[in-house]
Ligand binder design. Structure first.
Ligand SMILES: [Fe+2]
Length: 437
């Protein structure tokens, strides 16, 4: 009898061990590792696994023995602070979670005035092959870090959309830190958007939709990331940007200020200008506080312009369906092309220049900031010359589902209702005329 019980216990133990092994084998990295909040002295490495598990990052610098940084938390998502780094220094790292391993590398930010380059892109959303083409091209481009102008995914509340985003961008984000502003598609759904966990550097559990702004400095340039998708009249956003821009006025060694927001104050696309920001005369604030450039997205094309003495670039061409420009473009628009692209921005002391590149690697245009305007080598014709501008490549007009966002800038805002009322009045008139006939 005892022998039978022992035998049964042994069988149960074997089955239990086999099941545990199978569970352990199934543990895999579902997101990352990817780099966040990279500075001259620290970085945050984030990842997610298929099951809760602690992890360890083995860091290798230019000298000394490898250093282990561990997280003991048994969770699926991790944000590991790695500190004690040296400025402008190359590091390699390996993440180990169970049997899963992944390696990456990064170079910390400089503390001086060294030149640097970054890649700006946005609105990748749903066209995965187009998004992949842009990412492949960016993988071969120089760039110390990345700036994303928002709308990374079609639905910020969808786990499968985020899976697809990380599948495509994984190799890029493993080696280059991305700094992002929030887009309207990240804010779809209720509660705390996953975007906060994935990309907001001030992520704390229980954070909500407000306060999605942050700032960072790289070399001689300070970047301000705004949430353009809220009603600014009521929020903390205005106070925050006013205070940060005022603080930047006395910041030692600062040569440039760049604002990043999803829906900017000017656009010749279907979404048009961000009227809330226009009403608040945000351009005047930016100009007075010496903002060099606004980087935006939301309309799915490339646009360069200048409004009220403020220069801006819309880079919304990383994969979402391309938008055609409005038939009558804004006076502020100086160049526009509806194509998938990204923008390579270089800073060297007082000089700030950029090259916009299409998905096939060709140059869209090349510009430097000069005085209060631009000096450009460009084949794009100004939309305001007398001769007809070259028509942009075929583009898909936005479908209702593309911009029916339920947030400022979406089809449900004021402009959408005006169109709806006009359409209803037209329909009623047609019916009345038929009845008369
Ligand atoms: Fe958008």
């Amino acid at each position: 009898m005892n022998r039978d019980r022992l035998a049964r216990a042994a069988v149960v133990a074997v089955v239990f061990t086999a099941a545990s092994d199978a569970r352990a084998e199934r543990l895999e990295l579902t997101k990352g590792p990817y780099l966040q909040a990279l500075t001259s002295r620290a970085v945050v490495i984030k990842w997610e696994t298929s099951a809760p598990a602690p992890g360890v990052v083995v860091l290798r610098g230019p000298s000394g023995a490898p250093r282990e940084v561990k997280t003991a938390e048994k969770t699926e998502f991790h944000a590991l602070d790695v500190t004690g780094l040296e400025p402008k220094t190359a590091y390699g790292y390996e993440l180990r979670v169970g049997d899963a391993k992944a390696a990456g590398k990064f170079v910390t930010a400089p503390e001086g005035d060294e030149p640097f380059t970054f890649l700006a892109y946005g609105d990748s959303r749903d066209d995965h092959p187009a998004h992949e083409a842009i990412v492949q091209r960016m993988m071969t481009a120089p760039g110390d870090f990345l700036i994303n102008t928002g709308d990374m995914v079609g639905n910020g509340d969808s786990a499968s959309d985020w899976r697809e985003f990380f599948r495509i961008e994984g190799p890029l984000l493993r080696d280059r830190a991305v700094f992002a502003c929030v887009g309207n598609h990240e804010l779809l759904g209720l509660g705390s958007p996953p975007w906060i966990r994935y990309f907001h550097p001030g992520y704390v559990k229980g954070d909500n939709r407000r306060g999605l702004f942050h700032t960072m400095r790289w070399g001689n340039t300070r970047f301000f990331f705004l949430n353009a998708m809220v009603s600014w009249e009521k929020g903390d956003d205005v106070t925050w940007i006013q205070e940060e821009l005022a603080r930047a006025e006395s910041e030692a060694g600062l040569a440039h200020r760049i604002v990043v927001m999803h829906h900017g104050p000017s656009s010749s696309g279907p979404h048009g200008p961000n009227e809330t920001l226009r009403r608040m005369q945000i351009n005047e604030l930016f100009r007075n506080k010496k903002v060099d450039l606004v980087l935006a997205g939301h309309d799915h094309f490339y646009e360069r312009g200048e409004l009220d003495g403020l220069r801006y670039v819309i880079t919304g061409g990383a994969g979402a369906p391309l938008y055609p420009p409005k038939r009558r473009m804004q006076k502020a628009t100086l160049a526009l092309e509806s194509s998938h692209h990204y923008v390579e921005v270089s800073v060297a002391g007082p000089k700030l220049s950029f090259v916009a590149k299409r998905a096939d690697g060709s140059t869209l245009e090349e510009c430097a900031l000069e005085g209060v305007g631009y000096a450009c080598k460009t084949a794009l014709k100004s939309p305001h010359r007398d001769e007809p501008a070259k028509p942009p490549p075929p583009a898909t007009p936005p479908k209702k589902s593309d911009c029916d966002c339920g947030v400022p800038g979406g089809a449900r805002d004021g402009r959408g209702w005006v169109g709806l009322v006009a359409a209803c009045l037209g329909l009623a008139a047609t019916r009345a005329s038929r009845r008369r006939r």
